[in-house]
Write a new protein. Structure first.
Length: 234
């Protein structure tokens, strides 16, 4: 390979070809034999990438420009897609998602365990492509994360967040406006508790000072529409 992976950090690679998914479902390609995971890409696409993170066995990058777009690419139905790591395939058509998942299943049997199924039936498609997730985990933050092109806000109340983590950054929390994949009742509870906490001046957790009372919120809904709400305190 003759490549020092550490020198890849911050590197920009033009016309990088995405060749497939890794075992965790992230689009990837190889640069001089070294795997690079590219968020929000699709196999077959040719893109310009910026490498942000380098680990021992792989690097992670973001797309700066798409030269060749996959026929399976679609517009994500979420304003937070690309920032949130909660749903990594919303930009891929559902039919292609199912085909890829079937490939992963067969790969697990044949390549990993030397088992050749005599028969494989197609995956049964989900009836609901939105508002299907019955568990939501939110994080409180006294200093929400701002996107690079977003103006910083000094008002402490407007800096509060009750949302999701930015991928790979546990201490960076962005304040979501809506989430199209969780059940609507989870979003109503999130908004209610946020409003209640602000109205009663209950402090949000600050990752820098490690002070603040409210840390996380979990909402889980059963098949009988029973709801469990768990609030984590500092």
């Amino acid at each position: 390979m003759n490549l020092n992976p550490k020198k890849l950090k911050g590197k920009r690679i033009e016309k990088f070809r995405l060749t497939g998914f890794n075992v965790d479902g992230f689009p990837m390609g190889k640069f001089r034999g070294f795997p690079i995971l590219v968020r929000n890409g699709i196999p077959g696409e040719i893109v310009d990438i910026q490498i942000n993170l380098v680990r021992e066995m792989f690097a992670e990058a973001t797309i700066e420009k798409i030269h060749q777009t996959s026929a399976y690419r679609q517009e994500p139905e979420c304003d937070h897609f690309g920032v949130c790591g909660g749903c990594n395939w919303m930009h891929i058509s559902y039919e292609y998602q199912l085909a890829q998942k079937m490939d992963n299943i067969l790969y697990s049997f044949t390549m990993k365990n030397n088992i050749v199924p005599e028969q494989s039936l197609p995956i049964i498609p989900c009836k609901e492509l939105q508002h299907y997730r019955n568990k939501a985990e939110y994080t409180f933050s006294a200093n929400r994360w701002f996107q690079p092109d977003e103006p910083k806000i000094e008002n402490p109340l407007e800096r509060l967040a009750l949302g999701y983590h930015v991928p790979n950054w546990f201490e960076k929390v962005f304040d979501i406006q809506q989430c199209p994949i969780v059940l609507p009742i989870a979003e109503r509870i999130r908004q209610f508790i946020r409003h209640l906490a602000i109205e009663n001046k209950i402090s949000f957790y600050d990752f820098k000072t490690e002070r603040g009372l409210l840390k996380n919120l979990t909402v889980r809904v059963s098949g009988l529409n029973e709801v469990v709400v768990i609030i984590g305190f500092n």
